[in-house]
Design a protein around this ligand. Structure first.
Ligand SMILES: [Zn+2]
Length: 405
């Protein structure tokens, strides 16, 4: 057969596979909605997700091997050959739910980032996929500690299990309140930033507020450092590669108006769109803080903590996924790029991967409805099926990529 003939045959097979998965996902509607509500009502914080993992294991009737302590993985489908991993995050946030739902969580934690939807969607996809003849194995990855350090994704990558399982691609999907329901945003290349934290400890000499010439107080030095940070960025990295420093914590507290503080701290969040920029910025900030402190007669010590790398969507996989969304009655939204961070990026650095942002907004909420991590953030019931279908598109896109090798 000709090369084009082969390609046509593969396209037909892909379309059939996706159609079967979508039909089976639709058949799971009742189960999917009920499981999502159950998971929503019983959120577990980062590092305490074993219950949620075990619930998914029961729902999928699969044996999950523990990984990263409270996470789990398994492999089903063809025993040999490459596999496609699909990731679902397990953890909730320390947020007190304000949705007023009858199935709201009451334990002080909340699935305010939509991970209840992702878990239920992954379980739904798995139940659907088990009833379909799959060309390549599926590895459902139940990942703990997405919201806290140490990152669960980093631990799973370090464990080496993905290589042992012969994972070729990793697929992720996340609900998004700034994308309309029915649409899915992806985008080739960097879609989320590398994340880090910069901590500056400033030390001087305390004293009486009326005798500042006898002291070396730190308040003005801290303020000067904070105001100079944007300028440090501007002089350090190419503005065509966005980077950001946001000060989230600045403390210089003597406890009284007439006592000059002798110690202070500044914590800033660092985001970059080039992995290598983080270290360069850290060094530049340390030098700037040292000199700035010197000018005020105090000292500054800077520590840089590296978090996630850049989340990079593989162009070919991303294109293939976008080409399939229509067959699952989903529309392609404009690419979603932000300086947000997600530890899915650890997978994307090692395997050609793709993260999709699945819309949960209505026309009324798309501009300024509750954001992720808000105590009233609540994706609609059908979001579970849309995320599951996006995972199915991701799986079939990965199958197409494997077949091209
Ligand atoms: Zn999340």
């Amino acid at each position: 057969m000709t090369a084009t003939g082969n390609q046509r045959e593969r396209d037909t097979a892909s379309a059939q596979l996706l159609a079967q998965l979508v039909t089976e996902i639709e058949n799971e509607r009742e189960f999917a909605l009920q499981l999502r509500r159950e998971l929503h009502q019983h959120p577990r914080l980062s590092g305490d997700e074993a219950d949620s993992r075990d619930r998914i294991a029961r729902a999928t009737e699969l044996d999950f091997t523990p990984v990263a302590e409270t996470g789990g993985y398994c492999r089903f489908g063809p025993a040999d050959g490459p596999a496609v991993a699909i990731r679902g995050e397990l953890d909730a946030l320390p947020v007190s739910e304000q949705t007023g739902l009858s199935w709201a969580a009451t334990n002080g934690a909340m699935h305010a980032c939509g991970h209840d939807v992702h878990m239920a969607a992954l379980a739904t996809f798995v139940r659907a996929a088990k009833r379909v003849t799959l060309p390549y194995a599926v590895v459902p990855l139940l990942q703990p500690r997405e919201e806290a350090y140490p990152s669960g994704a980093s631990d799973i990558c370090d464990s080496g299990v993905l290589d042992t399982l012969n994972v070729a691609h990793v697929i992720g999907a996340h609900v998004h309140p700034r994308v309309l329901a029915g649409q899915v945003a992806t985008g080739a290349g960097a879609v989320n930033a590398a994340s880090g934290e910069i901590r500056i400890e400033v030390e001087g000499r305390t004293g009486h507020g009326a005798y500042p010439h006898d002291a070396a107080d730190v308040a003005s030095a801290l303020a000067a450092i904070a105001l100079g940070l944007p300028e440090v960025l501007r002089r350090t990295v190419n503005p065509l590669s966005p980077a950001l420093l946001s000060v989230g914590r600045m403390v210089a507290d003597s406890g009284a108006a007439n006592v000059l503080p002798g110690k202070g701290t500044l914590h800033a969040m660092l985001r970059t769109t080039q992995n290598e920029d983080a270290a360069v910025i850290g060094d530049a900030v340390a030098e700037f803080a040292r000199h700035q402190a010197e000018a005020y007669g105090v000292t500054a010590t800077t520590t840089v903590v590296q978090g996630e790398p850049v989340l990079f969507n593989d162009a070919a996989l991303c294109d293939a996924l976008e080409g399939l969304l229509g067959q699952a009655e989903l529309e392609v939204a404009p690419a979603m790029r932000s300086l947000g961070a997600d530890d899915f990026s650890f997978y994307s650095q090692q395997y050609p991967s793709t993260m999709s942002f699945v819309g949960v907004a209505t026309p009324d909420t798309v501009e300024d409805g509750p954001s992720l991590h808000d105590a009233t953030f609540l994706p609609d019931d059908d979001a579970v099926l849309r995320v599951a279908k996006t995972m199915a598109c991701g799986y079939v896109a990965a199958v197409q990529q494997i077949q091209k090798r």
